[in-house]
Design a protein around this ligand. Structure first.
Ligand SMILES: Cc1cc2nc3c(=O)[nH]c(=O)nc-3n(C[C@H](O)[C@H](O)[C@H](O)COP(=O)(O)OP(=O)(O)OC[C@H]3O[C@@H](n4cnc5c(N)ncnc54)[C@H](O)[C@@H]3O)c2cc1C
Length: 509
């Protein structure tokens, strides 16, 4: 390395915020910098106990395991110390109409036949009136979830478990603590205190943050994990915010834990309500609950009362109201500052995507890792990809609302009638007419997820992939019958979810 390149190298990183996002950033960089953290590099994380963290954020998607494995963390240890339970799916109740439910599973919907997804054959059979099973009989995750069972994926492609994926429900505060210990052990410096100001350079980059006691902390690069306030990305750099409330009108949540139920379910329950929806997330020692609602359509008092009347048992803590605005920063990375977590924007937790977005952004950041100059072309490319991912998730969330048949409250009537992003409108239409979903490389949700929600919400495809017409119907029908019976037998033989947790040393009694 020559003298010029080494003088341009980023040596000091300051992370503002010690919530889930801040400690994820710290642990990720600590892992990447490795031994260099002891001498050549420095990572400092600043957090304020007075300000505290959001502390909610309990459900994840399967990519969380990629993050845990990337850090070389022992999964069983993580599960024990973060109160985790397994998550195989989300069950959506009362979304299409009251009294009905559907599932969004993780993992596959059966194997492919002649390289075409099995759901395409199912659409054909359904439209011809010969389907023998509901679509979700092709999902091992759902057959396990329905029986409160759990199994781990296997590599043998003949087993339905080869297509299984799972995620975790956990206590976000314990996760931040866990990752805090991990990071500090690797050499990350923690500073407790409140930042009251930012010092800027002439070129518009951040030079330092200024603490309440007057201390000035300089860095080459800053990561803003300060939560909704976006202390650096908005406060200092004025990145701007794109508000998506017209598409996702929920802007508040009331949340409180309740005592754990007799057994823990390996799925998140999302129940549609008068002006939003309510989550139920089982952890080892308690159940997390929250009503996400729109303040345009209900008052805090009514939401509070509705929430209390639909939780199981007495709340273990005073219910808290959280306010947010769905949307994203116009620039997620600006100058020498990357925003992560709530500082970068917020999409309601309907598909548990916020924590995923933290490490998805971190992984992208590693691919685009800058030098001190932070070339604007690099940041522009990063922002393009990050925004494409966010818009894909936004459309997927809106899908859950706009396809409702409910018209029992002003909220649901609004959802039925709202003007959709063109990208979503076209995707729904293409599925309805042709049975096709085309997603791009950087989108999080695959066609299988889209099909699960579309069909679950009653958007039926009229046609199927034309290539499957070349495959004779009888062998397909036999293959489909074999797949469903193997899935059901595998689920029957699996262990109860709580037993799997106990075997890992978790306390679930
Ligand atoms: C209602 C709700 C439900 C959610 N459910 C889920 C879910 O199920 N799944 C999911 O993936 N995500 C969920 N999320 C999102 C998830 O909670 C967050 O993405 C995650 O916790 C990251 O938060 P954060 O670290 O960005 O911010 P925070 O937790 O708000 O942390 C901010 C940090 O910045 C520090 N800070 C702020 N200002 C200063 C200052 N001036 N000086 C020093 N320090 C400062 C604070 O002390 C704190 O340490 C949910 C969010 C909400 C609101």
């Amino acid at each position: 390395m020559n003298a010029q390149s080494s003088s341009r190298e980023i040596r000091n990183v300051v992370i503002v915020g010690g919530g889930t996002a801040g400690w994820m950033a710290a642990s990720c960089l600590a892992h990447i910098f490795g031994p260099a953290l002891k001498d050549a590099k420095q990572i400092t994380l600043i957090e304020s106990k007075d300000i505290g963290t959001v502390g909610v954020g309990e459900a994840t998607i399967p990519t969380i395991l990629d993050f845990i494995r990337f850090l070389k963390i022992d999964e069983a240890d993580f599960i024990r110390r973060t109160q985790s339970t397994f998550k195989l799916a989300i069950k959506f109740a009362d979304w299409r109409v009251k009294g009905e439910a559907y599932w969004h599973p993780f993992g596959s919907l059966g194997p492919t036949i002649e390289n075409r997804p099995l759901y395409q054959y199912w659409i054909k059979q359904r439209n011809e009136g010969v389907a023998q099973h509901p679509l979700m009989d092709l999902s091992i995750a759902i057959k396990l979830a329905e029986k409160n069972k759990f199994a781990t994926p296997v590599s043998d492609p003949r087993s339905p478990l080869s297509g299984l994926k799972y995620a975790l429900h956990f206590d976000a505060t314990l996760v931040a603590k866990y990752l805090g210990e991990y990071s500090e052990n690797k050499g990350v410096q923690k500073i407790e205190g409140r930042i009251v100001d930012t010092a800027m350079r002439d070129n518009g980059y951040i030079d330092a943050v200024v603490m309440q006691d007057g201390q000035r902390i300089e860095a080459d690069f800053f990561i803003d994990c300060s939560g909704f306030r976006g202390l650096l990305i908005e406060g200092a750099l004025k990145a701007g915010y794109e508000d998506w409330t017209q598409y996702l009108p929920c802007d508040r949540a009331v949340a409180a834990p309740t005592p754990r139920a007799e057994y823990t379910t390996p799925y998140t329950l999302s129940t549609a309500k008068e002006a939003g929806w309510q989550w139920r997330i089982p952890l080892q020692g308690r159940t997390g609950n929250g009503y996400v609602y729109s303040s345009q359509f209900t008052s805090d008092e009514d939401a509070f009362a509705s929430f209390l009347s639909s939780i199981e048992g007495e709340p273990l803590a005073e219910p808290r109201i959280l306010r947010f605005t769905g949307g994203r920063r116009r620039e997620i990375w600006k100058a020498n500052c990357l925003s992560l977590g709530l500082a970068s924007g917020f999409l309601e937790p309907l598909e548990s995507t916020s924590i995923h977005l933290v490490f998805a952004s971190l992984f992208k950041f590693l691919d685009y890792f800058p030098d001190k100059d932070c070339n604007p072309r690099v940041t522009a490319e990063f922002n393009k990809l990050a925004i494409a991912e966010l818009e894909g998730i936004r459309d997927f969330l809106i899908l859950h609302y706009c396809t409702t048949r409910r018209d029992d409250t002003p909220f649901w009537r609004y959802c039925r009638e709202m003007v959709l992003p063109v990208s979503l409108e076209e995707r729904i239409e293409l599925y309805r007419e042709q049975g096709r979903i085309f997603t791009s490389f950087y989108e999080l949700f695959t066609p299988l997820s889209w099909v699960a929600v579309l069909e679950g919400m009653g958007v039926s495809a009229k046609r199927h992939d034309p290539l499957i017409d070349n495959v004779p119907a009888d062998p397909v029908a036999k293959a489909m019958a074999n797949v469903t019976s193997l899935i059901s037998e595998t689920a029957f033989n699996a262990r109860p979810h709580d037993e799997t947790l106990k075997a890992l040393g978790a306390v679930v009694d």
